[in-house]
Design a protein. Structure first.
Ligand SMILES: Cc1ncc(COP(=O)(O)O)c(C=O)c1O
Length: 491
């Protein structure tokens, strides 16, 4: 048996013994699966098992799952590591629920993923939002400034935790070492949503992980930049300020009581592979990325972002492209790439973002280079004039979004009140009953309980005109928005 991936081996061995199953899951190794999908799912279904003797149980692990989690903790220098089968979403929920009591203050970076907002609601927390600095070069939010956080902590010395997202979706983040020291002076934990940094610390050219930089609880999506199946994620703890038993309780509440063994085994396989191969696992991809930068210098209209403001690090596995002078939006670039069979992770008004992982070959990157040159020519042939108006709207909104979070009422006063549907254009001045976001990245543009500003609506309509996919708007056409029924707003 392969002891390095003992959970995976146990699943495989169980099937090999030709057991007769009278338990769930009902497909029974795939035999009872719809024949149309059988050939695709075939091998995976043979290890899609349940909590049988010898296979341990995620929510009270004593054997093989516990050992796998302990090995992971050792690898990342955590006190405890936990497998998550419901994504970083479940990790963020549990992290907040485990550290904040109802009504307590938590200082939270304002541009967080919706799962953090949801966690704040479920915990009945009192969030105090802190705005990240903007990265003008990319037109996106960067990281929280240490001094701004220090000031915020002086004003809110009764806060019970600080929660940051580091890195952001684009792989841009800050060194958290000093921030962690600052937070610890208040004897409270630093919680970090590191969903996009699961690979950090495993190669010298990757940034250090938040945990190593001193964070107390860190959530990572193993399925995003590493190799686990979708939803496979992890949560690490290294802290004197966190009650681990309480954390375990909430982890079991926010995750399925039938955790997926293929997902858990894929998390285990990911880390046993890294442990065995070490940093050299990524050499091919990193070579390909260097090659891409060297061989795209000749692009006339497209630029690949290599240098970022020195107060940040940039994850080398994220490729950010823009058109020079913002000739085209990131959405335009993404569409042009897709027309040629290249699918990026996401786009925004300014940038298009690719993620390179262990799943990418040199050939993929060569094809990307070829397509970038093709698009470069298309762009020069079809000068579309100025996008000035669009960028004015975006900039005005970003200013409001980042610096005016105050005008809102608590989420719980929103979710339990009656709401009505209004055409988007008529909603200015109303209170939003939903969190509205482009997905990805899943960061609310208008949050629950926020007053809907003219700038936010203009920005929303702008994104809509670019074909952005939304969550939180009323209908499929995205023409309606849910707002609080004014007759029901008491305070
Ligand atoms: C910053 C951030 N945190 C958390 C999540 C949720 O991660 P998951 O998809 O693993 O639930 C995402 C998803 O995109 C994210 O971007």
């Amino acid at each position: 048996m392969d002891n390095k991936s003992a959970l995976f081996s146990k699943l495989v061995n169980h099937y090999r013994q030709k057991p007769i199953s009278f338990h769930v899951p009902g497909h029974k190794f795939g035999r009872g699966f719809n024949p149309i999908g059988k050939s695709r799912y075939k091998d995976l279904l043979t290890i899609d098992l349940t909590e049988l003797n010898g296979l341990d149980y995620l929510h009270q692990p004593k054997e093989v799952i516990l050992e796998a989690q302990q090995k992971l903790a050792e690898l990342v220098q955590a006190d405890y590591s936990f497998f998550l089968v419901n994504g970083s979403t479940s990790g963020n929920l549990a992290m907040i629920l485990a550290t904040i009591n109802p009504g307590e203050k938590i200082i939270v970076q304002s541009n967080v993923h919706k799962s953090v907002i949801d966690g704040l609601f479920l915990a009945k927390a009192n969030p105090i939002y802190i705005n990240p600095a903007l990265i003008p070069q990319l037109g996106i939010a960067g990281c929280v400034d240490r001094q701004a956080l220090a000031d915020m902590l002086i004003q809110n010395s009764d806060a019970k935790a600080v929660l940051l997202t580091n890195p952001n979706y684009y792989g841009i983040g800050a060194d958290l070492t000093d921030i962690a020291k600052l937070v610890h002076q208040y004897k409270i934990p630093l919680l970090v949503d590191e969903a996009h940094g699961a690979h950090f610390g495993f190669h010298p050219s990757f940034p250090a992980s938040a945990l190593v930089m001193g964070a107390d609880v860190v959530v990572q999506s193993t399925h995003k930049t590493l190799s686990a199946m979708t939803m496979g994620s992890v949560l690490h703890v290294k802290s004197n300020f966190v009650d681990v038993e309480r954390l375990k309780l909430f982890l079991s509440m926010v995750q399925s009581s039938s955790p997926s063994y293929p997902i858990m085994a894929s998390i285990e396989l990911t880390y046993s592979w890294i442990k065995e191969q070490g940093a050299c696992l990524w050499e091919k991809q990193l070579d390909a990325i260097s090659w891409l930068y060297e061989n795209t210098i000749g692009l006339k209209n497209i630029k690949l972002i290599t240098d970022i403001d020195k107060c940040y690090y940039k994850d080398p596995l994220k490729i950010i492209i823009q058109t020079k002078n913002n000739l085209f939006t990131g959405f335009n670039l993404q569409a042009l790439l897709e027309e040629r069979g290249i699918y990026f992770e996401m786009a925004d008004l300014y940038n298009a973002l690719a993620i390179i992982t262990l799943g990418n070959s040199f050939r993929d990157v060569m094809r990307l280079k070829q397509v970038l040159f093709e698009i470069d020519n298309v762009i020069s042939l079809s000068l579309i004039g100025s996008n000035e108006e669009m960028f004015r709207i975006a900039k005005e909104f970003t200013a409001i979004f980042d610096y005016n979070k105050g005008n809102s009422i608590p989420i719980e006063k929103v979710l339990y009140r009656r709401n009505i549907s209004l055409p988007v254009k008529e909603a200015i001045g109303e209170i939003s009953a939903k969190a509205i976001m482009a997905y990805p990245p899943g960061i609310p543009i208008i949050n629950y309980g926020e007053e809907i500003t003219k700038e936010a609506i203009e920005y929303l309509l702008l994104l809509k005109s670019k074909g952005v996919k939304f969550q939180g708007l009323e209908d499929e056409t995205n023409n309606y928005i849910r707002v609080l029924d004014r007759t029901n707003i008491i305070d």
